[in-house]
Design a protein around this ligand. Sequence first.
Ligand code: COA
Length: 160
Amino acid sequence: MRKLAIYPGSFDPATNGHIDVIGRAARIFDELIVGVAKQSPKSTTFTVDERVNLLHESCFEFKNVKIESFDNLLVDWAFQKKAGVIVRGLRALSDFEYEFQMALTNRKLNKEIETVFLMTREDCSCISSSMIKEIAKLGGNVNNFVPKNVAEALIKKYGL
Ligand code: COA
């Protein structure tokens, strides 16, 4: 049976760390759907369509990866998609508590769906979307942290 996984997030915007997790998960699973949450607990800088398009452009090389958005409960969306696995990236110990809570809650909501964690590549472990937005807003260079199209979108967004 084909193994389908989903990688959910806000991706506001996607960073090199996210793309690294996507590439590695795409090698493990037959198919990976990257799920862009329409309703994020955070207020987002990029619209959902912008976040989806940026991911589309950055992931063109991964032939078994699809980018979609979702606006329901994560486990319900995973169930609809017939995905048995949720992939999340872990950067540092500080991510653990939040991820642990989310994984346990999702398991309580649907015990058929497993959460699998991939360790983020070392050089991406200090990156976060909000930090990148802060650097870009102040005119800093974010080329080492995000794909080229995301860097261009940030420059456009902040009118630099
Ligand atoms: N490399 C670099 N940065 C990474 C990273 C990696 N591998 N993995 C995560 N991050 C960073 C992101 O940049 C982001 O930084 P920010 O906080 O500064 O924005 C942060 O870690 C997490 O963002 P992201 O990976 O996009 O995920 P998220 O935590 O925003 O996603 C959802 C949360 C969407 C998965 C969750 O809210 C959800 O499932 N929502 C649907 C509704 C639902 O079911 N809720 C109940 C859940 S129990």
